[in-house]
Design a protein around this ligand. Structure first.
Ligand code: NAP
Length: 870
C-alpha cells in the first residue's frame, strides 16, 4: 500500500467469478502480487447473481469444471448431469476456501474507472469504496453475460407490485404461491425459470417476443459412458476438450444432413434429443451451422417435438421458432418447459401479435399490433413481474467501467462502432489491459471453463515473458487488430450465425452496434492461433521496455477462412505435385478434380461447337447463352491451365457465373496445348478464335461490335496477348479485357514467386514447369508470351486486372495493371487479400471471393454498355 487509499500491486483483476479466481491463482503461482476487486460479497460471478428458480448449467457440469487443480477432480463430485446454481456456487466457494483465495479479494468493491499512466506505465483503478489500486497489468475478468440489459419497456418503474430480475435474484428466494405472475423473456433464463414459477403461481403469463429452441436436459445422474471416458484419464479428457470445437469432447461429423435419408436423419435427431446435450445437437452433420437447407431439417424436427408436447396447436405454433435457424440464437436446455404450457394456469402472450403498450401500477397493458398502437386491448393485473430480459452481452461489463488508455482515449469511444480487439484479448491504445474471454474470442460459443482457462494461462505466460524479458508494456498493432476483427467476421459470414437478431450480434440492446461478437472458429483452432502467435514472437503486438520497442506487426491468419480450410483439406490429402505427374497424368488429374466442383448456375442454353485455330486445327468451344432475350454482348473466354492442361469446359462454373451475372454470351474456346504445340500456338489460336467469333457474332446470337475477352491465369495471358495482337492487326475490335491472375511476364523471378513459392496450390515449381512446356528461354521476352514487355500498352481496351495476395503470379499481374494505367489505359485493379490463385474461379465453393467474381461480371457489363455508347 503506497498511501492510505492506494494499493500498488503487479496485477489487478476485476471480477471474482471462475475467470478472476483462476487468474489470481496463476498470479500467485507466478510470484506476482495481485488483488481481485469484486462488487459482490462473495466469489462465484454469474453463479452468485443468477439465483432464479431453475438456474442450472447447460453444459454437463463434469465438463464445466476447473482442470487446473487435479485434486478437484477427486474432491468434488457433481450430484447431477447439470448442477443447479446453488451447487455450482458451492463449488466456487469450495475452491476459494481450498486455495485461500478470499484474502486477496476485495469484496463489495465496484470498479468505477481506470486510467493508464503512460509515464509510470501503470494502470490506476478507482473504486466506489474510495480506494485506488495501481498495477502494471489490468485484467478484466468481468464475464460475458454480467451486465444486465437496461429494461426497455415503457412504465417499468411504475409497477407497484414485486419486481424481479433473473440476473440479480434475491438471495432468500421468492415464493410465488397464490400470486399472479408475469415473466417477460423466453431466453435461457426465462425457459429455465418458467416451469418452476408455474408450479407455484396461481396464474402465470409469459410474454414471448421471440420463441427459442429448447431441448430437454433429461437431468439426473451423469451417464455412465461419459463418466467412464472421464474417469479413465481425466487429463486426456480435458485435453480433448481443449482441442475440440466448443470445449467439450465431441466427434465432428463428416457428412451433410442432406446426404442421408430422412429416416436416418430422424433417427439421429431422436438420439441427440434423447441425450439432451446442447454440445451434441449440432454434431451429427457437418453443415447444420452453414447450410440453411440442412439446418431446416433439425429446425423441423424440433418443431415437431414442440407440437407433440404442447396440446393446444395454436400455442404450439407460437412456440415454434420460425424467424431464425437452430443455434443462430443460443439454444436452451430445459426441464419441462414446453409441457408447462399445457397447465391451465399458464398463458402465453405472443409479442409479435400483441405488443406491451406499457407497464402500469397494477400490471401490463397489451395492444394488438395489427390495430393502432395506442388502442388498448387488454389490461392484465399482476402481483409480480419477472424480467428475464437478458444482458448487454460481451461488451457491457467492459465498457461499463470508464476506461481511459494511452492518448486519453476512452474504451467506450474506441468501441463505439463495435468492439475492436486482437484475439479478444487486448485492444489497441490500452497497453497491459487484458480481457478474459473478451469479444473476438470463442467465449460464449464454447464451454466457458475451457475458454477461461486458456485465456488465463495465455495472460499468465505473457506477463511472465514480459517480466523475464525486461519488457514493460504490450499492446496489439492496428493491423493485427483490424485483420483479426475481419477474420472473425469472415468466419461468421460463412455460417448462418449472423442471420439472427441475437445477443451474439448485439441485436438485443437498442442502439448497440450490430457486429458478430464472439470468434466462431472453435476453441481448438483458436488455441492453435494463440500458440502460433506466441511462437512467432508475439506476432501482432508491440512490446516496449528499457531496451527499446519490438514491433512485431503482422497478421496471424492472413488467408481467408474458406481458403485456409480448403488448403488444410488438400494438405491432408498429401497429393503429389502436379508437375511430377507427367503431362498426361496432370491433364487426367485436373479433369477429375474439376468434376468435383460445384457446377455453377443454370444458364439459358449451352452449345458445344468447333472453330478453326490459327493453323486450321479444329478447336472446341462451349457457348453459354443467358436465359434472357438476345442478342447479347459476347465474351471470348480463355481457360486456365498453364497452356498445358484444361479445355473449353474446364472453367465451366465460372463461365456459367459470368454468363448469368453479366448477361453476356460467354464462349469458352480451347487452344492448342503445350508441349505438343509450343509457343506461339496458344497465342495465335487466341487471336484466331476472337476473330472467328467476331465474324460470326450474329449467327451465334451475339451483338456485333460488343466483344470482350476474359481469361484466368495462362488463359488471362492469352486474353492480354489477344488484345495486343488485335490492336496491332486492327481486328477484331475488343471492348474490354478481364484478366484474372494473368501471366504477364514469364521470367518467373518476381518477389511473389519467392513469397508464395509453395503451399498455395499454384507453386513456383509448377509455374516453371508450365513455362518450360510452353516456350523456350529465347521466347520469353516476346510480348506474345510476356505481354508486360510490349513496347507500348497505350491504346489497349479498358481492363479489369485481378490479383491474389498468395499467388506466385501476384506481382506480374500487379505490374501489368500499373503499366496499363501508366500507358493511359482505363484500368480497374482489384488486389484480393487472403486469396490464392485457384480461389476466384471456385464458384459456390469459395465464398469470400464472391466479390471478385461479381467485379468480373460487372466489368463485362460495363465494357459492353461502353461499346454500345461508342
Ligand atoms: P436472453 O437469451 O437474451 O433472453 C432474453 C429474453 O428476453 C429474450 O426472449 C428476449 O426476446 C426477451 N426480451 C428482451 N427485451 C425484451 C423486451 N423489451 N420485450 C419483450 N421481450 C424482451 O437472456 P437470458 O435468458 O438471460 O440468457 C442470456 C444467455 O445467458 C443465454 O443465452 C446463455 O448463454 C446464458 N445463460 C445460460 C444459462 C445456463 O447455462 N443454464 C442460463 C441462463 C442464461 P428477443 O429474443 O426477441 O430479444
Amino acid at each position: 500500500m503506497s498511501d492510505n487509499n492506494t494499493i500498488d500491486v503487479d496485477v489487478v483483476i476485476v471480477g471474482a467469478g471462475f475467470a478472476g479466481m483462476y487468474q489470481l491463482v496463476q498470479m500467485r503461482r507466478a510470484g506476482l502480487s495481485a488483488v481481485v476487486l469484486e462488487t459482490a460479497d462473495d466469489v462465484g460471478g454469474t453463479w452468485y447473481w443468477n439465483r432464479y428458480p431453475g438456474a442450472r448449467c447447460d453444459i454437463l457440469t463434469v465438463d464445466y469444471s476447473y482442470s487446473w487443480d487435479p485434486e478437484l477432480e477427486k474432491d468434488w463430485i457433481w450430484s447431477e448431469r447439470y448442477a443447479t446454481q446453488p451447487e455450482i456456487l458451492r463449488y466456487a466457494q469450495f475452491v476459494a476456501d481450498k486455495h485461500d483465495l478470499r484474502r486477496d479479494i476485495r469484496f463489495n468493491t465496484k470498479v468505477t474507472s481506470a486510467q493508464w499512466n503512460n509515464d509510470a506505465k501503470r494502470w490506476r483503478i478507482h473504486t466506489d469504496s474510495g480506494d485506488d489500486v495501481t498495477a502494471q497489468f489490468y485484467v478484466m475478468a468481468t464475464g460475458c453475460l454480467s451486465m444486465p440489459k437496461v429494461p426497455d419497456i415503457e412504465g417499468t418503474d411504475r409497477f407497484k407490485g414485486e419486481v424481479y430480475f433473473t440476473n440479480s435474484w434475491p438471495h432468500d428466494g421468492v415464493d410465488f404461491s397464490g400470486k399472479r405472475v408475469a415473466v417477460i423473456g423466453t431466453g435461457s433464463s426465462g425457459i429455465q425459470s418458467i416451469p418452476l414459477i408455474a408450479s407455484q403461481a396461481d396464474q402465470l403469463t409469459v410474454f414471448q417476443r421471440t420463441p427459442n429452441f429448447s431441448v430437454p436436459a433429461h437431468n439426473g445422474p451423469i451417464a455412465d459412458e461419459r463418466l467412464v471416458a472421464y474417469r479413465q484419464d481425466p487429463a486426456a479428457y480435458r485435453e480433448e476438450a481443449r482441442h475440440s470445437g466448443i470445449g467439450v469432447p465431441t466427434t465432428p461429423a463428416d457428412v451433410s444432413a442432406l446426404e442421408v435419408s430422412p429416416q436416418e436423419r430422424e433417427a439421429t435427431y431422436e438420439e441427440v434429443w434423447r441425450r439432451g446435450e446442447l454440445a451434441h445437437l449440432l454434431e451429427p452433420y457437418n453443415d447444420l451451422r452453414i447450410s440453411a437447407e440442412s439446418n431446416d431439417t433439425i429446425r423441423c424436427f424440433i418443431h415437431n417435438k414442440i407440437r407433440e408436447i404442447v396440446k393446444d396447436p395454436d400455442v404450439a405454433d407460437l412456440l415454434c421458432p420460425t424467424n431464425h435457424y437452430f443455434a443462430t440464437k443460443r439454444p436452451c436446455l430445459d426441464s419441462g418447459y414446453y409441457a408447462t404450457y399445457n397447465l391451465p394456469q399458464v398463458r402465453l402472450v405472443d409479442l409479435q401479435k400483441q405488443a406491451i403498450e406499457t407497464i402500469t401500477e397494477s400490471g401490463i397493458n397489451i395492444v394488438d399490433s395489427a390495430i393502432s398502437a395506442k388502442e388498448k386491448t387488454e389490461s392484465i393485473d399482476f402481483d409480480a413481474i419477472v424480467f428475464a430480459t437478458g444482458f448487454d452481452a460481451m461488451t457491457g461489463a467492459i465498457v461499463g467501467v470508464d476506461i481511459t488508455g494511452r492518448n486519453d482515449e476512452s474504451l467506450r469511444d474506441a468501441w463505439a462502432h463495435g468492439p475492436q480487439t486482437y484475439l479478444g484479448l487486448m485492444t489497441v491504445g490500452f497497453p497491459n489491459l487484458f480481457m478474459i474471454t473478451g469479444p473476438g474470442s470463442p467465449s460464449v460459443l464454447s464451454n466457458m471453463m475451457v475458454s477461461i482457462e486458456q485465456h488465463v494461462d495465455l495472460i499468465t505466460d505473457t506477463i511472465k515473458h514480459l517480466r523475464t524479458s525486461g519488457i514493460d508494456t504490450i499492446e496489439p498493432t492496428e493491423l493485427a487488430q483490424r485483420r483479426w476483427v475481419q477474420h472473425s467476421n469472415e468466419i461468421a459470414d460463412l455460417t448462418l450465425l449472423p442471420t439472427a437478431n441475437s445477443w451474439y450480434m448485439g441485436a438485443n440492446v437498442p442502439g448497440k452496434p450490430q457486429v458478430f461478437l464472439p470468434y466462431p472458429g472453435g476453441v481448438g483452432e483458436y488455441r492453435k492461433i494463440c500458440d502460433e502467435m506466441v511462437v512467432q514472437g508475439y506476432l501482432g503486438f508491440t512490446l516496449t521496455g528499457a531496451n527499446g520497442t519490438q514491433n512485431n506487426d503482422g497478421v496471424i491468419r492472413p488467408l481467408k477462412p474458406d481458403v485456409q480450410e480448403m488448403l488444410s483439406i488438400m494438405a491432408e490429402m498429401a497429393l503429389p505435385p502436379l508437375e511430377t505427374m507427367g503431362v498426361e497424368g496432370a491433364r487426367a488429374f485436373m479433369a477429375a478434380s474439376g468434376a468435383n466442383m460445384p457446377p455453377g448456375p443454370e444458364v439459358g442454353e449451352i452449345i458445344d461447337g468447333t472453330l478453326p485455330g490459327a493453323d486450321g486445327t479444329s478447336l472446341d468451344y462451349r457457348l453459354y447463352r443467358p436465359a434472357t432475350a438476345g442478342p447479347h454482348p459476347m465474351v471470348v473466354y480463355y481457360h486456365g491451365g498453364g497452356w498445358v492442361v484444361g479445355s473449353a469446359t474446364s472453367d465451366d462454373p465460372l463461365c456459367r457465373y459470368l454468363c448469368v451475372e453479366s448477361e453476356s454470351i460467354i464462349i469458352s474456346v480451347n487452344y492448342r496445348h503445350a508441349p505438343e504445340a509450343r509457343f506461339p500456338a496458344a497465342a495465335d489460336d487466341g487471336l484466331a478464335a476472337a476473330n472467328w467469333i467476331s465474324d460470326h457474332a450474329e449467327e451465334l446470337g451475339g451483338r456485333p461490335g460488343q466483344l470482350a475477352v476474359a481469361g484466368w491465369s495462362a488463359g488471362a495471358n492469352i486474353a492480354a496477348v489477344t488484345t495486343q495482337q488485335a490492336k496491332l492487326a486492327g481486328t477484331p475490335t475488343i471492348s474490354g479485357q478481364v484478366l484474372l491472375n494473368p501471366v504477364t511476364d514469364v521470367s518467373t523471378v518476381r518477389q511473389s514467386y519467392i513469397d508464395n513459392a509453395e503451399g498455395y496450390v499454384l507453386t513456383t515449381p509448377l509455374m516453371s514447369w508450365f513455362c518450360d512446356q510452353y516456350c523456350n528461354p529465347a521466347d520469353r521476352l516476346n510480348p506474345k508470351v510476356s505481354p508486360l514487355l510490349a513496347d507500348t500498352l497505350s491504346g489497349l481496351p479498358p481492363a479489369l486486372v485481378i490479383t491474389c495476395e498468395f499467388d506466385p503470379l501476384r506481382d506480374e499481374g500487379d505490374a501489368y495493371a500499373e503499366a496499363l494505367a501508366a500507358a493511359g489505359v482505363q484500368v480497374q485493379h482489384l488486389q484480393c487479400p487472403g486469396q490464392i490463385h485457384t480461389a476466384i474461379p471456385a464458384v459456390d465453393a469459395m465464398v469470400t471471393s464472391e466479390y471478385a467474381r461479381a467485379a468480373m461480371a460487372d466489368a463485362l457489363r460495363k465494357f459492353s454498355s461502353a461499346a454500345v455508347g461508342h
